[in-house]
Design a protein around this ligand. Structure first.
Ligand SMILES: NC(=O)c1ccc[n+]([C@@H]2O[C@H](COP(=O)([O-])OP(=O)(O)OC[C@H]3O[C@@H](n4cnc5c(N)ncnc54)[C@H](OP(=O)(O)O)[C@@H]3O)[C@@H](O)[C@H]2O)c1
Length: 293
């Protein structure tokens, strides 16, 4: 542990599980005080206990980020308890799988925009005046590798993750010089319940053989991003090559995505150790007793 985050107040949305829980625990291990937000009060209470068990202090604030009243109440609860917010991690979100021709596609875009983008915009707008008064703060927005390169059957999710990336880029330049820093994180496939509804044989080809990151990998990356003031973090490292290929030409990006769909290539590029997303989730469910996708 270093002193950088000792007693800092870190608000994490989507903290009831997956990446948000891991982010909260990673900051708690650094001595930060946590404000935990998500809809499920039971799961938040469990994460609060875990934060305490690593010696941290936490306030659970059951919140639906799509409700402006709930977001106002969240920020009030945080400031009533701690008086400040040093780090905001905008992580709450959902993800749907489905092709553009499917009837539900437009609804999937709307629902994902609501939870993963407008929730983020609202929380950010409520926290920014406080950070401006403090003249210091860090905002971390959770995007995805798909915030720079869309994959087939992930259009609704990729649209919103691109929007999160653009929102972060605009915000970063708007607050430049104010003492507030903005980071955007682009993780690859991660072993959480985000895609719990996706059937194994419906996973988009590049994901079929990919071994997911652990949420703890992403949690540590978020802490490091704030510590070092990183503007953009892509993980795992190989995903950076995919995004570079895509930036050079969509043809190269598509070729890399198609190559990743082949197990030996995914292995050779270090994106697969043989375990798939569903296998990892089944194993996790076996150890925690929760249901996996
Ligand atoms: N898993 C991946 O492969 C992956 C990869 C890249 C980026 N991401 C991003 O990482 C973030 C976290 O996802 P995850 O993978 O950890 O999935 P997850 O395990 O499903 O967690 C999502 C979190 O968001 C919360 N949430 C959802 N809707 C909410 C709402 N309206 N208000 C408040 N909280 C809400 C959920 O809690 P409640 O249900 O209790 O509200 C939960 O805590 C998402 O933004 C996702 O896009 C995930």
């Amino acid at each position: 542990m270093t002193a950088v985050f000792a007693n800092k107040v870190v608000l994490v949305t989507g903290a009831s599980g997956g990446i948000g829980r891991a982010v909260a625990l990673a900051f708690a291990k650094e001595g930060a005080r946590l404000v935990l937000a998500a809809r499920s009060a039971d799961r938040l209470a469990q994460v609060e206990r875990e934060v305490r068990s690593v010696g941290g202090e936490a306030l659970s604030a059951p919140t639906d980020v799509t409700s402006p009243e709930a977001v106002t109440a969240l920020v009030k609860a945080a400031t009533d308890r701690f008086g400040r917010i040093d780090v905001l991690v905008n992580n709450a979100g959902i993800g749907k799988v489905g092709g553009v021709e499917e009837e539900s596609f437009a609804d999937d875009v709307r629902d994902t925009l609501q939870a993963s983008l407008f929730g983020m915009v609202d929380v950010t707008q409520r926290v920014l005046p406080l950070m401006r008064r403090q003249r210091t703060g860090a905002i971390v927005n959770m995007s995805s590798v798909m915030g720079r390169k869309a994959f087939a059957r992930f259009g609704s999710y990729a649209i919103v993750m691109h929007a999160v990336s653009a929102f972060s880029d605009s915000l970063r330049q708007e607050v430049a010089g104010s003492g507030i820093r903005v980071s955007v994180i682009h993780p690859g496939l991660t072993a959480t319940e985000l895609l719990r509804e996706a059937k194994e044989d419906e996973m988009p080809p590049p994901f079929r053989h990919m071994t997911p990151l652990s949420p703890d990998d992403v949690g540590r990356a978020v802490v490091a991003a704030v510590r070092h003031g990183k503007r953009r973090v892509v993980l795992p490292r190989m995903a950076g090559a995919l995004l570079l290929g895509e930036a050079l030409s969509p043809r190269i990006g598509d070729l890399i995505a198609a190559a990743l769909a082949k197990r030996p290539i995914a292995r050779a590029l270090g994106m697969s150790d043989g375990r798939t997303y569903h296998e990892v989730l089944r194993r996790q469910a076996g150890t925690t007793g929760t249901t996996a996708g």
